[in-house]
Design a protein around this ligand. Structure first.
Ligand code: BGC
Length: 368
């Protein structure tokens, strides 16, 4: 499948960074919004609240920009959000069984905020923090450096964790996200960006017709509470085989135990890679009608593919359009769920004196 970056000549726009107030949280914290408009025609807006990517405008072949990510218009809605729309997620993205793990002989108990398990950092994860944001320009790149300090004991986690995330938008239509963190006591760390995509446009319908390709020959099957069983199972001959392009909806309704347990796709795929920690292609997503696409590259070992099975149309999104069942999908680059309790999974433990680093790139393209 050939593709190219959006054509700047068709999408003449004023490039640069705009900074504006975005209201005050219920507990009095001031929030700002930053809009990065690149010469590629891709424009993103980011909130200091949760490091949320509120909108991503991507042109199609004719230059028509559409917002391809789910979100809300107001801060109050982001404060209430339970779907992690567009947010930075931590300390531990995804689930930890019963919110319990032991480390160096000590037992830790985390917030149990999802059916008895710990999900996405707890009841007040990084998605509810107001981050310190510094805009920067580097050559033609437009960027934001976000910082957050998570205190010792935050949601039950050990150690003070200093987190830095940068969003960098290139003139080529790439959004590069760099995560880094340091700690003063050993702690699990698993950071991700939780954007939901709908390449036909947020609010335009479901994502079942999107075409997906995943660079993964195995996935992590789950139990009834969505905790991985520990097995890394081959996708071959199952509805989880996206090693060649397939529409998201082609097999989602099949009578398959794993699809039944999760109510659709809500699983981590184990990325095939020749070297650990190398930036490699993980996923290619395409809306066949507009031909908009995203190529996702990451240094992470896994990607959570979630088809918005818990969106039920009861919560209004941007422009008053409800977030309907499967109206967006998430492709969250990360380590495997429940790794602190699975010694055979790649480790997520960060030790003092070392630095956690990971990179994910979303390349927004128009397919030929
Ligand atoms: C998880 C889902 C969860 C959702 C919350 C996703 O990352 O995989 O199970 O319900 O986040 O919005």
């Amino acid at each position: 499948m050939s593709s190219r970056s959006p054509d700047p000549n068709r999408t003449a726009s004023t490039s640069g960074i705009r900074r504006e107030p975005f209201g005050t949280t219920a507990d009095g914290r001031a929030v700002e919004r930053f809009t990065l408009a690149s010469a590629s025609g891709v424009t993103i807006s980011v909130l200091s609240f949760g490091g949320v990517i509120q909108s991503i405008l991507v042109p199609d072949r004719s230059g028509k920009p559409v917002d391809v990510t789910l979100g809300y218009d107001t801060l109050a809605e982001y404060e209430k959000d339970k779907s992690y729309l567009g947010a930075l997620v931590g300390r531990y993205a995804n689930r930890i069984r019963a919110g319990r793990f032991s480390l160096d002989g000590r037992d830790f108990t985390l917030a149990q905020n999802a059916g008895g398990n710990h999900l996405h950092g707890g009841t007040r994860g990084f998605n509810k923090a107001v981050w310190t944001v510094e805009p920067f320009e580097d050559g033609d790149d437009l960027g934001l450096a976000l910082q957050h300090v998570s205190p010792d004991g935050d949601e039950g986690y050990p150690g003070t964790l200093r987190v830095r995330v940068t969003y960098r938008l290139t003139t080529n239509g790439e959004l590069a996200i760099d995560f880094s963190a340091t700690t003063d006591a050993a702690t699990p760390v698993n950071l991700t960006q939780h954007a939901y995509f709908n390449l036909a446009g947020s609010g335009s319908g479901d994502i079942l017709g999107h075409v997906l390709e995943l660079n993964a020959s195995r996935f992590t099957p789950v139990d009834a509470t969505l905790i991985p069983t520990g097995e890394l199972r081959s996708v071959r001959g199952t509805p989880f085989d996206f090693s060649t392009p397939e529409t998201v909806g082609a097999r989602i309704g099949e009578d398959d135990e794993q699809l039944r347990l999760a109510g659709g796709y809500d699983h981590t795929f184990v990325l095939d890679r020749s070297a650990a920690n190398e930036l490699a292609l993980a996923a290619r997503l395409t809306d066949p009608t507009s031909r908009r696409g995203i190529d996702i590259y990451t240094t992470e070992p896994g990607i959570q593919f979630y088809t918005g099975n818990f969106l039920d149309g009861t919560v209004m999104g941007k422009g008053g359009v409800p977030h309907r069942y499967r109206s967006g999908l998430a492709l969250e680059t990360q380590h495997f769920p429940n790794s602190p309790n699975e010694p055979a999974f790649p480790s997520t433990i960060l030790h003092p004196g070392t630095e956690h680093r990971s990179r994910t790139v979303y390349h927004f393209v128009v397919r030929d």
